[in-house]
Structure formats: C-alpha cells, structure tokens
Design a protein around this ligand. Structure first.
Ligand code: HPA
Length: 281
C-alpha cells in the first residue's frame, strides 16, 4: 500500500465519522491537557483508525479527539500523541496522521512540542512561536518517488510557518497579556539529548530552541497543502546552559506548569485561526 492509499483509507474512515474541521492540532509531550478542554468530545483511539501508528512514549495518549473549543466554539481535531523517528518508526508513519487529516479536508495544522531553550533570553516555562525551523534530522518524509496525490515534488518552504497564522498567535498572546517568545526550532533525531558542544553549534546556526519532533511533520504538512503554525513549550534550558542534567520527567513537569498559559493561548489562537480559515473556504 502506498502512503497515499494508507492516508486515504484513514481519511475515508474519518469522513464516515464526521465532516472535517478546518483545524487540526498535534499535542506534544506533557501538553495533552488541552484535549480535555474540548466540548462534545468524541475520542477515537489511534488503534481504531486505519494505519494509525502505535504510540508508546509516556505522556502521549494516542487518540484523535474531535470536539469544540470551549464555549461552543469551532470544531477541531486534536492528535493527542505523536510518533517520533527515534522510536524507530518509518517516516511515512510519523506523518501518516497529518496526511490523513489533510485528505479528510482539514486546512490548517497547529504543531506543538516540548523544546530545550537555546536563546539566552529564554526561561523554562516560556512559550515560543516557531517562526522557522532547521531540519537537522538528516531525514525528509518526502524522500522516494513523489506521489502527486499527496503533493508536489519540490514543495516551497519559504513560508513553512504561515506568516498570517503566526500573526494571529502573536495577537492572541498580546490580548491575553502573555509573554510569547519567538524563534527558530532546530529538529534533531534524538533520543539522546544534545551535548553542550552541540548546543553551542546550534546557537551559531541560528537556533533558538531544540527538539526531536515537528520538522518532518511540517514538511509533510506543507507538501499536503496544510497551513502550519507551531508553538514550543520551552521545558528546560538546553544542555550546557542548564546547570543540571536533563531528563524527561523535568520536561513533563515544566510542560505541566505551563499548562494554563498554553491552553489559553492555544484556545484563543485556534478560535481566531478557525474563523479565518472558515471564511476562506
Ligand atoms: N533537547 C531536545 N529535545 C527536547 C529538549 C531538549 O533540551 N527538551 C524537550 N525536548
């Protein structure tokens, strides 16, 4: 089966469940609480959706949650739980869920993640709008024969993170009186955290934050014609900047402490982004 036919099968399954919402969102490590705020929620286990991957890492649930933003807001589709390349998954599996959303009819995708802060002005707990990325995974989900059913051979990445959607997130943060950092997300393979030398290198390369997800998803989402917007939760200062050893428990704890700010920012941003994309349909 091709990646396209696998995604189409999942999209057909989702079409039987409901009309597609305009926005999808992927929730990163420790950021799953947002899915619990949705109203009239229908939760579909990944295991029940054709070709969806098995989700293993702790803190990642593995459900597609369909529901309304609080207060009778627009419907959205939340991917609570993602798979990473470092788990040994094929690239096609890493991006299958968002390709399925695109074929179902979703127009935009919010990608969220936990990331280490490289920019000296950042603190643990900050939220960062992703304005651009460095794909340092050495991988690309589009390698191989291109399937025109999915997208073009050479997708443009000059506005990978949609400037208008970025402006909406900036506006939402300002109206909520929340500090919002912004910067370049460097995506590495992991799963080992970086060495201090690697963090110094990444800073020279222009990275403000570092993590182990998102970049391949953004590439596949742009290929599939989705508008992308990204928010990182800076869960720790990166190796060598942090005085202490890094661990996943700290990442989850910090994400948990930022939960309220994250949920508010995501909710208001998604409300406004949905209104914009709905008007464009
Ligand atoms: N490095 C890579 N990935 C991460 C980090 C980090 O410091 N924190 C959360 N995800």
């Amino acid at each position: 089966m091709t990646a396209y036919s696998k995604a189409k099968e999942a999209a057909d399954y989702l079409s039987q469940k409901s009309e597609p919402p305009v926005m999808g969102a992927v929730l990163g490590s420790g950021l799953g609480a947002f899915a619990d705020t949705l109203e009239d929620a229908v939760r579909i286990n990944y295991a029940d959706i054709p070709n969806f991957p098995n989700v293993a890492v702790t803190g990642h649930a593995g459900q597609l949650v369909l529901g309304r933003l609080p207060g009778g807001g627009p419907r959205i589709a939340v991917l609570a739980g993602r798979v990473h390349i470092y788990e040994g998954h094929a690239l096609d599996d890493v991006v299958h869920a968002l390709r399925s959303l695109a074929l179902w009819g979703v127009k935009g995708l919010l990608l969220t993640n936990a990331a280490g802060g490289i920019n000296a002005n950042f603190s643990a707990g900050d939220l960062m709008l992703i304005t651009d990325h460095l794909n340092l995974t050495g991988k690309n989900p589009l390698i191989g024969k291109n399937d025109e059913n999915l997208g073009v051979r050479f997708p443009d990445m000059s506005t990978a993170y949609d400037p208008e959607l970025c402006d909406i997130v900036r506006g939402a943060a300002a109206d909520l009186k929340q500090t919002l950092r912004e910067g370049v997300y460097a995506g590495l393979l992991g799963p080992s955290y970086e060495t201090p030398a690697e963090i110094r290198m990444l800073r020279v390369l222009g990275a403000d934050a570092v993590g182990m997800s998102t970049v391949c998803e953004t590439i596949a989402a742009r290929h599939a014609g989705l508008k992308v917007v990204g928010i990182s939760c800076i869960t720790n200062l990166a190796a060598g900047i942090s005085k202490t050893a890094l661990n996943h428990a700290e990442v989850k704890e910090t994400a948990d402490r930022s939960r309220d700010a994250f949920v508010k920012l995501v909710e208001l941003s998604l409300n406004r982004i949905c209104a914009k994309l709905e008007a464009e349909k």
